[in-house]
Design a protein around this ligand. Structure first.
Ligand SMILES: [Zn+2]
Length: 304
């Protein structure tokens, strides 16, 4: 069970109920992370080097941390203790996305947040999802926002993203040496046997499927007050409603101009499910996704 004995102090403040945003790539977690970052009193980091190093260590070599929950919790707390420090140059090494969300120029030096009035720490780094379970050990009072989106749209967007696709380079893939392999969504021997024969769409579908199975596990292990599930489709079709729910959960008022803009653009396109930054799936790809993740799609109501 998680230990509640550690109190993390950053900038002489104790970290209470930090807020983390997780989701499969292209599920909308970045959008929500940026909205939270722009919220008064919140210090949300996106891609601090110390955090990314830890996230990818967990993502690439989960076996290193298996069963070593206390050690893993310490590694995570140390990474955030460093990442959350507010200094005159705090955002300097962050991702461009983090600086932009803070209103800094692309080459801008921080701080990306006012120390005065700072009440809540959070993080929305890409691929943070691979640390989600370890986060709940490291911070037993953590609040987690998980973002869910139709797996077919997630796959279509992943296929159009060169960064996501570069993870499938043979030099990077470690499905033979690391098993099970959450990063590639490989959980069973059957998945591992199937993997070499899958198309890129099938491989993306495996990654999505793992994220929704993780979402179900979090749902069982965390009390309702510590976990909020947001559907990307709901966020774009009824932004006021979704943001009101998110605001209640976060205990603040989230304005989120960017989310409203996205919602308007998506309504203008007429189909909230097809953003411009994705490509359409072929029949073969759709069939493969259905074969791999059909059960999860249906369970989440994403059928037909
Ligand atoms: Zn930053």
């Amino acid at each position: 069970m998680p230990s509640a004995r550690h109190i993390l102090i950053v900038n002489s403040r104790s970290v209470h109920q930090p807020l983390f945003v997780v989701g499969a790539p292209h599920s909308g977690a970045g959008l929500i992370g940026r909205a939270l970052k722009a919220t008064a009193g919140f210090h949300v980091t996106i891609g601090q080097p110390s955090v990314l190093r830890t996230v990818y260590a967990f993502a690439r070599r989960p076996s290193m941390y298996q069963g070593r929950t206390q050690a893993a919790a310490t590694v995570i707390r140390d990474a955030f203790a460093q990442g959350w420090q507010v200094t005159p140059s705090s955002c300097l090494e962050c991702t461009r996305e983090c600086r932009a969300a803070a209103g800094l120029a692309a080459d801008g030096v921080g701080p990306c947040v006012e120390l005065r009035g700072l009440e809540t720490y959070g993080d929305a780094s890409p691929d943070l999802i691979y640390c989600a379970e370890a986060l709940t050990y490291a911070f037993p009072d953590a609040r987690i926002v998980q973002v869910i989106r139709d797996g077919r749209d997630v796959v279509a967007s992943m296929l159009a993203d060169p960064v996501v696709m570069s993870w499938f380079r043979p030099s990077f893939v470690n499905v033979d040496t690391e098993f099970p392999n959450p990063f590639f969504g490989i959980e069973s021997a059957e998945d591992r046997d199937l993997w070499p024969r899958l198309s890129a769409a099938g491989r993306c579908a495996l990654r999505w499927r793992w994220s929704v199975r993780l979402a179900a596990r979090l749902h069982h292990s965390l009390p309702a007050g510590q976990l909020k599930t947001i559907r990307y489709e709901h966020l774009l079709s009824k932004p006021d409603e979704a943001l009101a729910e998110l605001s209640r959960f976060a205990g603040t008022s989230i304005h989120a101009a960017e989310i409203r803009n996205e919602a308007r653009a998506s309504a203008a396109r007429g189909r909230s499910r097809r953003p411009a930054s994705s490509r359409s799936l072929s029949t073969e790809e759709s069939t493969e996704i259905e074969k791999i993740a059909g059960e999860e799609l249906r369970r989440l109501g994403y059928s037909s």
